[in-house]
Design a protein around this ligand. Sequence first.
Ligand code: ADP
Ligand code: ZN
Length: 745
Amino acid sequence: MAPADATRGTAPGHDPDAVSGPPAQVAVLLPLPLSDPYDYRLPADLAAPPGAFVTVPLGGRELTGVVWGGAQGGVEPARLKDVVAVRDTPLMPAAVRRFIEWLADYTLAPRGAVLRMAMSVPAALDPPAGRTAYRLGAKAPTRLTKARARVLALLADGLPRPAVDIAREAVVSSAVVRTLAEAGALQILTLPGERAFQAPDAALAGPTLMPAQSAAATALRAAVAADAFAVTLLDGVTGAGKTEVYFEAVAAALAAGRQVLVLLPEIALGAQWLGRFRARFGVDPAEWHSDLGQRARRETWRGVATGKARVVVGARSALFLPFAELGLIVVDEEHEPAYKQEEGVIYQARDMAVVRGRIEACPVVLASATPSLETVVNAKTGRYRTLRLPTRHGGAQLPAIEAVDMRETPPPRGGWLSPPLRHALGETLADGAQSVLFLNRRGYAPLTLCQACGHRLQCPNCTAWLVEHRFAGRLACHHCGYDQLLPEQCPACQVPGKLTACGPGVERLAEEVQTLFPEARYAILTSDTIAGPRDAAALIAQVAAHQVDLLIGTQIIAKGHHFPMLTLVGVVDADLGLAGGDLRAAERTYQLLHQVAGRAGREKRPGRVLLQTYAPEDAVMQALVSGDREAFLEREASARKAHGQPPFGRLAAFILSGRDEAAVARAARALARVALAGAGRDSGIAVYGPAPAPLALLRGRYRYRLLIKAPRAVRLQPWLRHWRDQLRLPGGVRLQTDVDPYRFL
Ligand code: ADP
Ligand code: ZN
């Protein structure tokens, strides 16, 4: 249990030493973009050890921070302000404070900004208000109706219950409860208001594991029992049953009295995952993600702090929850780019999960069918251990993957589906099975062009084309959310009726499918066609129940879903992710297409995957078709090694932005000069840029980038910090630092 007594000794006069020595002083870190804690005086009647949540005055208001240690000095004692109150919340565990320090140091973020992520629900610091409950009273009711008798029978076990629970369980109205209480037949009392988290039952039997699963589960249980930091890569093909395997590790950690954190990339779509957790452990886990309401977040944060919540499944921000007894961290789909947080404090949650595991001295499991090159290299060098699940559960075959050469079998004019894919779709429909069409493009068309003057409709705030959303009748920018009606005439040459949609989006594919197969029941699944997690779950359930023949979607259909009747996956534009010079373009395209392909043929019926490509000879297409992942990874690794790219070298980026382009450019040049002079010749550090970012204008701000590259042995952070500190940023220009960048836009 967490050290719950932050407030012990808060009553005046309890601490005999408090009156004798000099007044105590503490350093308090505040959840603001500040790097250092501030000193405060601690009145003699308050006790606040490191980790205590305290309320302090700052610039005319009061806010809550965390005692970070003893005072740093430097401020005249007479000028120090007093700590106002110590909050009634368990101490922030030392491991969490160390994690905040570590992450701030690595990412160059102010410590206070990282603390803010760990205190994202201020209301959780208030002990919840009590709830009114009832138990049997001393008097018998004067008149015993059937309803009243049911209430008395229910409460005969002596357990106090809130009125709503009594009403539900005894099938009476709450008025019956009130009347009984007024008559003295029930006694009113106040229960502590914390949500009662149901304990997952680690003793429930899981499914019978296949031999490979069973061996992997044994190894993971041993890692949990060892109670030490160790990273294991659970490397299993899609449909191998990785979830069931790491559930065994979860069960072992629970049985050992420890808390568990499971990170998922797209929690909003985790309905199938939650169902499986419920089947294995009998209850729901605590959830943590941005779609939750304030109340649920408050309850989960507090439940984690008090140790009442035993398993949390969450998005990357769950890493900052105040676990006091963490015994296992699982990162599912560890290769997912969604683990990179790109706003505010920029960090890679998979890497930081490993850091948290090291600080907590607990095992970390990374699961994937397509592990990232970073993880693969760590496994090769022996830093991580690898457990393999080479076959699908239940003997299902991996799908056969074929490339469709679009140069040889192009789609008919105005269409996007090639004859081989059309044929396969028709066959699958006739078979009564399901198909997926994958295209990573929302809306109807990615570009609208005037055929009279060649003008392209562009976002006024961003370097981006406006995307047509035909169902909504609008043009939208996917970067800033700008949107407008589709105009009648070209805004440049005023000629009417000449604006034409160029290229396909999922809506346009739906149109083609409708014309080709009018009888097929189709659905579109993208982040903007569904209103939220509930909607998504409903659609997923419909597909699973085979109320949909053809699912058309973007990358959100790639993740984790298990549809028994799905046998055909058509990738409409397999080359899409390869454009642009991103160093991970090939790796990411491979991972994404492999995951999408992995949706096909997960049960008895074999799966088939068609990749429409103009470059079937490309290494990514070859690797997908041949299934030779190892050869592909080795090629990738040696190419990256040759160029000193991650994970064999280090990268960091500075991004400067502002509304005044000249000021941004000047600041970027100044920073480049400082960096070039500072790095010198012998450091091995190279500075590239500044250059206007590919996304040169974003939300009305001009952007310039610098890229810093260094050999792996060089610790970049001290250099970056030193350069940054020498720069005097003009007002209105913002500088972001991205250590280990994943996006180069
Ligand atoms: P992965 O995450 O490796 O792609 P899943 O964990 O989703 O694979 O498993 C694929 C399917 O097989 C799921 O429906 C899962 O419930 C089922 N499954 C996996 N292992 C077993 C088992 N040992 N017994 C019964 N069903 C299993
Ligand atoms: Zn825009």
